[in-house]
Design a protein around this ligand. Structure first.
Ligand code: C2E
Ligand code: CA
Ligand code: CA
Length: 406
């Protein structure tokens, strides 16, 4: 039974094999590895026409990984002895991980595997030295960590299918007028058991797989729809809507057309949309970044540099990239009060942005004192708990209806 069609490059899918059922056969091309959740699996091969059992694997054991990593055919047959449940890990998933990880680790794995295959003929499994208690413990820990990770990714995938990801909206305040100028959409996961999960707990993992593309697109769609509803409120003028983009989304050649389709469907004015990108993403491959930003700008959307000051902070790229807004990282706003250098940095950025015709947003404004300092430094916009925490859409609507003034 082929798996690939059902799973694509996903990992974490579960399958149950009946007692005696073959999982894969020697000589086949291998595109899936497995971790046993329950049951037993016999690994065997043919030697001079006679079947020889190499190992019987139990819950927690990994198998089928060799063919997958070095892209060779299966060198053994795997068969369920009891009813056996496995977690599947596809080759696309592993190869992406290998490519993403330290290239040295990828190289090591491939070389070690190739040598192991060469030696296999002479090395019978029973001749392997017994692992020490320490080795067994380490292995069990790694296996558990891998399983936790796979299960989590599978949960995110299901959560996406079930529409459990929704943005909250945090207002961005025009400091001079004291009014809401726009919102930033921030992803939240409404987990059926765990409740509301903040992005810190899932964005990192999602970014290591393609799941972030699904989450990002969902947030973008919901944010566009919300913007339309916000602007339809009586007395509310044009607002901006900021959405975060991650590196994997930016690298995706499909991204601009996907965003364009959402913009068209939702009928928002594209110039109200602002795509937030952290500065380190621009520096890795500046040529590519420039081309991608130009394509995004081609949609009519604006571009903001997020967490500005925490990455490479090379001022030279500010004029190179088509940037509309700088978001000064919270850490400067926090230290501004006690550290004259932080305050000078904010002042310089504020002046610089004006000179370059960019707007500037200070993040993490929590106190009236910080707000007053930012105002004095002629910083245009502020965002932070002083004004409001990120809110569910309904509460953001209520806030707009109350016509707040700060
Ligand atoms: P970020 O883009 O820098 O978003 C601002 C974060 O600062 C938000 O955390 C917000 O709740 C928090 N914040 C705002 N004002 C204050 C304040 O006054 N004090 C403090 N202490 N914190 C404040 P949140 O919502 O937990 O998001 C964390 C990060 O997760 C975001 O940082 C962003 O990097 C990422 N993220 C959130 N949603 C998405 C998304 O849809 N896509 C992507 N790629 N990343 C997202
Ligand atoms: Ca952001
Ligand atoms: Ca930020």
């Amino acid at each position: 039974m082929g798996l690939t069609g059902a799973t694509g490059t996903e990992a974490g899918l579960r399958r149950v094999f009946a007692p005696g059922e073959e999982i894969f056969r020697e000589g086949e091309a291998g595109d899936v590895a497995y971790i046993i959740e329950r049951g037993r699996v016999e690994i065997s091969n043919l030697v001079d026409g006679r079947r020889q059992v190499l190992a019987v694997l139990l819950a927690g054991d990994l198998f089928g990984e060799m063919a997958l990593i070095d892209q060779n055919e299966r060198t053994a047959t795997a068969r369920a002895l009891d009813e056996t449940e496995v977690v599947c890990i596809s080759d696309g998933y592993v190869h992406r991980r290998l490519t993403d990880s330290d290239p040295l680790i990828g190289l090591f794995l491939r070389v070690v595997l190739a040598r192991y295959r060469e030696m296999r003929g002479q090395l019978l499994l029973r001749e392997r030295p017994e692992p020490t208690a320490q080795e067994r413990g380490d292995l069990a820990e790694q296996r558990e960590a891998a399983l936790v990770r796979l299960r989590f990714e599978e949960e995110i995938r299901l959560g996406l299918e079930n529409g459990e990801f929704e943005p909250f909206f945090q207002p961005i305040i025009d400091l001079r007028a004291g009014r809401i100028a726009g919102f930033e959409a921030l992803a939240r996961w409404h987990h059926p058991e765990r409740g509301l999960v903040p992005p810190g707990e899932f964005i990192g993992i999602a970014e290591q797989s393609d799941l972030i593309k699904g989450i990002g697109l969902r947030v973008f769609e919901r944010a566009c729809a919300a913007l339309r509803r916000f602007e339809a409120i009586d007395g509310v003028g044009p607002l901006s809507m900021s959405v975060n983009l991650s590196g994997r989304q930016l690298d995706d050649p499909q991204l601009p057309q996907q965003l364009a389709a959402v913009i068209e469907r939702s009928e928002v004015a594209p110039e109200r949309l602002k795509l937030e990108i952290v500065e380190s993403l621009l520096m890795g491959n500046p040529e590519l970044a420039e081309a991608t930003l130009l394509r995004l700008k081609g949609l009519g959307a604006k571009v903001a540099i997020d967490d500005f000051g925490t990455g490479y902070s090379s001022l030279s790229y500010l004029h190179r990239f088509p940037i509309d807004t700088l978001k000064i990282d919270r850490s400067f706003v926090i230290s501004m009060q006690d550290d004259i250098r932080s305050m000078e940095i904010v002042r310089v950025l504020s002046d610089l942005s004006r000179g370059l015709q960019m707007s500037i947003i200070a993040e993490g404004v929590e106190t009236a004192e910080q707000r007053a300092t930012l105002y004095a430094l002629q910083c245009d916009f502020g965002q932070g708990f002083l004004f409001s925490r990120p809110l569910p859409e309904k509460e953001a609507v209520a806030l707009l209806q109350s016509r707040p003034h700060w």
